[in-house]
Design a protein around this ligand. Structure first.
Ligand code: 5GP
Length: 189
C-alpha cells in the first residue's frame, strides 16, 4: 500500500511547526517529515538535511532546470523553497506517510498533483488581531516587520477556503489534538 501526503500550511506565528513537532513526537500517527530545499541561510540550530537542504541559489536553480521539484515557490523575494520529488515519491512508494510544511501556493499545487492521496490542512490564528498581539508579545520583531508578517498572513488566510480542513489555533493543545485527529481519519480512509 502506498503512503499518503499531509500538507500543512499556516501564516507565520500560528504555531504550525510546534503542532507538527508535537504530533510527530506523540507518535500516534506514523509520519515522515519531507525536508524541503531552500536557498535561505540556516538559522541558529538548523541542520542541513534535517530542517532543510540548504543550497546556493545556483544549485537551487539547477535543480529547478533539472525537473527535480514537485513544486517550488519564491516565498519571499529572492528566497526560494521547494519540495523535492525524491523526498516524497520514494517515501510514499515505501508505504510511509509524508508531512509537508509548505506555503499556501505550494500546498495547493501539490494537492492538485496528488488529489485524494493528499490532504491539505490550514492552521488559522483565532483572528488577525490575535496574531498581531502574539507577534508583538513574542518581542522578536520590529513593528514594521510585524506589519509585513500580518499583511502576509492576511494574504495567506485568503487561500484557506481552498484547503480541505481548517484548524483554529486558539488553544495549542486542542489544535494539536484536532490536527492529529484529522490526520488519523484521513489515513484510515
Ligand atoms: P522559513 O524560512 O520560516 O523556514 O519558511 C518560510 C515559509 O516557507 C513557510 O511558510 C514554509 O511553510 C514555506 N516552505 C518551506 N518549505 C517549502 C517548500 O518546499 N515549498 C513551498 N512552497 N514553501 C515552503
Amino acid at each position: 500500500m502506498k503512503g499518503k501526503i499531509i500538507i500543512i500550511s499556516a501564516p507565520s506565528g500560528c504555531g504550525k511547526s510546534t503542532i507538527i513537532g508535537a504530533i510527530m513526537e506523540r507518535g500516534n500517527v506514523e509520519l515522515q517529515f519531507s525536508v524541503s530545499a531552500t536557498n535561505r541561510k540556516p538559522r541558529e540550530g538548523e541542520k542541513d538535511g534535517v530542517n532543510y537542504y540548504f543550497l546556493s541559489t545556483q544549485d537551487f536553480l539547477d535543480k529547478v532546470a533539472g525537473g527535480e521539484f514537485v513544486e517550488y515557490e519564491e516565498v519571499y523575494p529572492g528566497r526560494f523553497y521547494g519540495t523535492l520529488k525524491s523526498e516524497i515519491i520514494r517515501t510514499v512508494e515505501e508505504g510511509k506517510n509524508v508531512v509537508l510544511d509548505i506555503d499556501v501556493k505550494g500546498g495547493i499545487n501539490v494537492k492538485k498533483q496528488f488529489g485524494d492521496e493528499a490532504i491539505t490542512i490550514f492552521i488559522m490564528p483565532p483572528s488577525v488581531a490575535a496574531l498581531r498581539e502574539r507577534l508583538i508579545h513574542r518581542g522578536t520583531d520590529a513593528i514594521d516587520v510585524i506589519n509585513q508578517r500580518v499583511e502576509k498572513a492576511e494574504y495567506e488566510i485568503s487561500f484557506a477556503g481552498q484547503y480541505d480542513v481548517t484548524i483554529i489555533n486558539d488553544n495549542l493543545d486542542e489544535a494539536i489534538t484536532n490536527t492529529e485527529n484529522v490526520i488519523k481519519e484521513f489515513l484510515e480512509k
